[in-house]
Design a protein around this ligand. Structure first.
Ligand SMILES: Cc1cc2nc3c(=O)[nH]c(=O)nc-3n(C[C@H](O)[C@H](O)[C@H](O)COP(=O)(O)OP(=O)(O)OC[C@H]3O[C@@H](n4cnc5c(N)ncnc54)[C@H](O)[C@@H]3O)c2cc1C
Length: 312
């Protein structure tokens, strides 16, 4: 059984960034990823990957993979097309179960990301990327001058509404309860005060309708059962991310949504010494490719110093 200094688990923007840095720092690393497809693989046109005005999600994934492969040898061993199932502490290292195999590493960086919680009402799947979208920073500008709807009244929902209000004709935010206190009060106030914003509470979307693109969303008022049709071109869904963190549930603290708690955002350390995490799998406020990459680089810098420190 080969022992590694570091295991990086997950090959989206966070994991790939960390792998390039690990190779350049000559850390004996195993990079375990099911794929190089980050979540934005579905995006036809990413416009905010810094340094690249336009790139499709598929091309971004290819370029990240190419970058990793170009620097990997001889320090970073790639283990692709497989999922890591479990991370356990053993003596002064970690045992990572990958299928029937075990990998031993001194330090672990979790960059397993997650998946956006999807809207599952009739029409939502049919109109995905045809008006039903999951990222305001990515797709918001496409809806300039149009009527839009935001589903979700947490921080992400209100942040999305605030962003859209800069250019959309109108933004209607849907909250399934009367309680909108989960979101940052300043953002809520800013949205509330905007003349083009409407906040509807106690409503849930029940159907997305349209022809080629979205034309409206039907909402149900949870108290009366009454249904209303809201005309719109864009439906921004912000009902949470399902983080892929089960593999570390026994070793690190996670929040109520299953996101890995970062105990120090300067270093990206988790509650367990020797385990770092970065990207969409953590309890961060914002989810973007650039942030995932930057946070993973911060983690890698800290891991390097930790591994080189006496006693680790
Ligand atoms: C539709 C959509 C469009 C988006 N568009 C943009 C955009 O335009 N600009 C922007 O900045 N952000 C965008 N985002 C957000 C961005 O995609 C995420 O913030 C980013 O992908 C997070 O990167 P990550 O590396 O943390 O995780 P992810 O991208 O989720 O990657 C995680 C990787 O880990 C692998 N993995 C997971 N579990 C395991 C396991 N147990 N073992 C091995 N491998 C595992 C997965 O296969 C995957 O390759 C978009 C998101 C969505 C959903």
């Amino acid at each position: 059984m080969v022992n590694f200094d570091l295991a990086i688990i997950g090959g989206g923007p966070a994991g790939c960034s960390a792998a390039v840095y690990a190779a350049r720092k000559q850390l004996k690393t195993i990079f375990i990823t099911e794929s190089f497809d980050g979540q934005s693989i579905e995006s036809p046109d990413i416009q905010n990957w810094i340094g690249t005005p336009h790139i499709s999600g598929a091309d971004l994934a290819k370029s990240l993979e190419k970058h990793v492969r170009e620097y990997a040898d001889p320090y970073v061993t790639l283990k692709t097309g497989v999922r890591a199932q479990l991370v356990e502490k053993i003596d002064d290292s970690f045992n990572i179960t990958v299928g029937t195999e075990s990998v031993i590493a001194k330090a672990v960086l979790i960059t397993t990301g997650g998946a956006r919680r999807k809207l599952t009402v009739p029409g939502a799947e049919q109109f995905e990327n045809k008006g039903v979208v999951y990222c305001a920073s990515c797709d918001g500008p496409l809806f300039a001058g149009t009527d839009t709807v935001v589903v979700g009244a947490g921080n992400a929902g209100f942040e999305t509404a605030a962003q859209l209000l800069a250019y959309a004709k109108s933004v209607t935010l849907l909250s399934r309860s009367a309680d909108i206190s989960k979101a940052d009060p300043k953002t809520v106030d800013a949205v509330r005060a905007h003349p083009n914003a409407t906040i509807l509470t106690n409503v849930v979307p029940v159907e997305v309708t349209g022809s080629v693109f979205v034309e409206s969303v039907v909402v149900e008022h949870t108290k009366s059962g009454e249904r209303t049709t809201i005309p719109c071109s864009g439906i921004f869904v912000e009902i949470g991310i399902i983080p892929a963190t089960d593999l570390v549930k026994n070793v690190v603290e996670r929040d109520q949504f299953g996101r890995i708690k970062i105990s120090d955002h300067r270093s990206m350390r988790t509650s367990h010494v020797g385990i770092w995490a970065a990207g969409d799998c953590i309890d961060g406020l914002y989810h973007q490719n650039n942030i995932a990459a930057g946070d993973a680089v911060k983690a890698l810098e800290d891991i390097y110093l930790w591994i080189k420190a006496e006693g680790n």
